[in-house]
Ligand binder design. Structure first.
Ligand SMILES: [Zn+2]
Length: 190
């Protein structure tokens, strides 16, 4: 799988090849579209190639551009556990009017259940699954590719998730590693 990191500032945004275009994993703060477009240009990706957006969780640095990208024509994949997260994001930016936040349209999103994710991804030409990995937030999800790559968003690294109160994160890692993952691509850091 060809994986491109088109991130900027301190967050990674990944592009994966799918049939007829690309799937984007996470996107940035409202107002950062020019930075994203510059990154795409640098990597020789035409914006029209971006077809789908999956957000690992609806925090501002991962999903702030989601509504704007929907307007650009990307189909947002909304997992079954993410409606609350979208409301959180809207609430967050309703207090921060300085950001040019564009609301996520749940009506225009593709609503997907975890149980159907393998079939959906297969239709895009990807072998893998989207799984629920709470810990950092309840709306957190991880994309796991059968070739052993996991996009874990902000799930706390396993070595930091040893404390008893981190058992939710630990359980999520157990779930991820049941998929024979050999390479973890988090949203921040190496
Ligand atoms: Zn983050």
């Amino acid at each position: 799988m060809n994986i491109l990191n088109v991130g900027y500032d301190s967050t990674h945004y990944y592009l994966l090849d799918i049939t007829g275009g690309k799937l984007m994993v996470d996107c940035g703060w409202p107002g950062t579209l020019p930075k994203l477009l510059a990154q795409l240009k640098r990597k020789s990706v035409a914006p029209a190639e971006l077809k789908f957006l999956l957000v690992t969780h609806f925090h501002p640095d991962h999903a702030g551009l989601a509504g704007e990208l929907q307007h650009l024509g990307l189909k947002l994949i909304q997992m079954e556990n993410q409606a609350e997260g979208i409301l959180f994001l809207e609430d967050f930016f309703s207090q921060k009017k300085e950001f040019p936040f564009i609301k996520v349209s749940q009506k225009d999103a593709l609503h997907l259940e975890f149980a159907d994710s393998r079939k959906f991804l297969a239709g895009l030409g990807i072998g893998g699954e989207i799984i629920h990995t709470p810990g950092h937030s309840d709306d957190s999800v991880t994309l796991v590719l059968d070739e052993g790559v996991a996009f874990t968003g902000d799930l706390k690294p396993l070595f930091m998730a040893r404390a008893e109160d981190d058992r939710v994160s630990k359980a999520s890692w157990d779930k991820i590693y049941r998929h024979k993952v050999t390479r973890v691509l988090p949203a921040h850091g190496a």
